[in-house]
Design a protein around this ligand. Structure first.
Ligand code: UDP
Length: 480
């Protein structure tokens, strides 16, 4: 069986990381996989490519040039986190739609067509390509079934259109639990009347429903009732996650690579078990300096050791100046570590000294926390992150809220907007998460139990392992 995996990213590394893990998983189950990437994204995954080669996995990478210039984007804008500003997103979407023709050209030159195309949900045009070449197609989702079912039921019932204000709560119909949202917490795309957004969402849905099924980076034991619920919507649901664990199983996962990372490791080693709070907002955040100053002061006030990742887009001149003037790093020497840019998140979370994760609730970060058994402080910002917060805090009961109520529009960033989270909120949430009382203990135990379930799911014969094998078998059966 051969699979062509179109993971060419329309959003972030957060789509490509699990996508590449999935390619490795298929290959380790005997499938020949071709991953379609653009040159810059491929560079980011050199290590994965080398690993795949070294372990004789049958993964090849096919590069399609990304039409930056043709779409009016600055050179090198091959990924959302390389865009100079979120305002370039529409052009970026247009550019990724232009990949249809090069993909068709590549397919038409193959001696033998692939058995199946697996494409990211953000690439709906792959459905036309698959039909044209008569190749079965499956959609990959890097979000939870909880989110899929919530957003499906909201869109279908239009319950959010019947509330009288942005802050009026409504109950999502037909869910296994009573889950409330406000319109202010919904992803931008669900509440905007913009024709372009509506069209994009309709295309995603159509491409998902016309696919043979969906592969989801989750595991059944995590959200069984929601998986069952979504099985009534999609033709087929294969939960095969946590994808990052398949590869880790049985390996030493505490590998720190370069010097700054080993600084971080030294810091972790020097602290007590479960005492460090790790703060990271994923790969796409655009947080104003005013908000980051409050966060810094809150971390300091909490009296807990911390590792704070300031993402590439958040390292502003204003913030740097403030950190310097305040002597913040010096003042917190030994108490805190700041990583500017990219942190070895999984390694940090899997260290025994890490006791909490303050996160924007991206799905991959949520899966990282779960796979490492670390409870979370939830600070959702945009996209489906408020859905993830509900799952973490209300359904799984493995996190505490920092208290944000409103999605920030990443298209405008929330630069210049008022501070949403005060330093007192940061301090309070950290104290609540890290407390040694019954509630804190129960939360820690629950997330450890879920971590064990995650490991079991990817073991031989576990639910995700079996689902992966079933998926491969069903596709093979279908064509033979
Ligand atoms: N990540 C990381 N180091 C960082 C920031 C992010 O390793 O400094 C990884 C993290 O492990 C996760 C992904 O980047 O796999 C972020 O994905 P998520 O869905 O959480 O958020 P997004 O980037 O889409 O907002």
């Amino acid at each position: 069986m051969t699979v062509v995996a179109c993971g060419e990213d329309r959003s972030t590394r957060s789509h490509l990381i699990p996508f590449t893990e999935m390619a490795k998983l298929f290959a380790s189950n005997g499938v020949i996989v071709t991953v379609i990437l653009t040159p810059l994204n491929a560079e980011r995954f050199n290590m994965v490519i080398d690993q795949a080669k070294a372990s004789n996995l049958k993964i090849q990478f096919q590069l399609l040039p990304f039409p930056c210039v043709e779409a009016g984007l600055p050179k090198g804008s091959e990924n959302m986190d390389t865009l100079p500003s979120p305002k370039y997103q529409p052009l970026f979407f247009a550019a990724s739609n232009m990949l249809k023709e090069p993909l068709e050209n590549w397919l038409s030159k193959l001696e033998k067509l692939p058995t199946c195309i697996v494409s990211d949900i953000c690439l709906p045009w792959t459905s036309n390509v698959a039909s044209k070449f008569n190749i079965p197609r499956v959609v990959f989702h890097g979000i939870s079934c909880f989110t899929l079912l919530c957003s499906h039921n909201i869109s279908l019932s239009k319950v959010h259109e019947r509330v009288d204000s942005m802050s009026t709560p409504f109950v999502v119909p037909n869910l296994p639990d009573t889950i409330e949202f406000t319109k202010a917490q919904l992803p931008e795309a669900m509440k905007q009347d913009l024709k372009a957004w509506k069209e994009a969402i309709d295309q995603f849905k159509e491409s998902e429903l016309s696919a043979q099924g969906i592969l989801v980076n989750t595991f059944e034991e995590l959200e069984k009732n929601y998986v069952r619920g979504y099985e009534k919507v999609a033709k087929k649901v294969w939960c095969i996650g946590p994808l990052s664990l398949h590869d880790k199983f049985g390996k030493d996962d505490k590998v720190f690579i370069d010097d700054s990372e080993s600084e971080c490791l030294k810091f972790l080693i020097s602290n007590k078990a479960c005492s460090v709070i790790y703060v990271c907002f994923g790969s796409l955040s655009f947080i104003p300096a005013s908000q980051l100053k409050e966060l810094a002061l809150g971390l300091e006030a909490s009296n807990h050791p911390f590792i704070w990742v300031i993402g590439k887009n958040d390292c502003s001149v204003e913030l740097e100046k403030w950190l310097k003037e305040e002597n913040f790093e010096e003042r917190n020497k030994g108490r805190g570590v700041i990583i500017k840019g990219w942190a070895p998140q999984v390694e940090i979370l899997s260290h025994p000294s890490t006791g909490g994760f303050l996160s924007h609730c991206g799905w991959n970060s949520t899966m990282d926390a779960i796979s490492c058994g670390v409870p979370m402080i939830t600070w959702p910002m945009f996209a489906e992150q408020f859905f993830n917060e509900k799952l973490i805090v209300q359904v799984l009961k493995i996190g505490v809220r920092i208290g944000v109520e409103v999605v920030v529009d990443p298209m405008n960033t929330f630069k210049g907007e008022k501070v949403l989270v005060k330093k007192e909120d940061v301090k309070m949430a950290i104290e609540k998460l890290m407390e040694n009382g019954v509630e804190g203990e129960q939360r820690r135990n629950r997330v450890k139990d879920i971590k064990n379930m995650a490991y079991k799911a990817v073991e031989d014969g576990g639910s995700s392992d079996s689902n992966c094998k079933l998926f491969i078998q069903e596709i093979v059966d279908q064509i033979s």
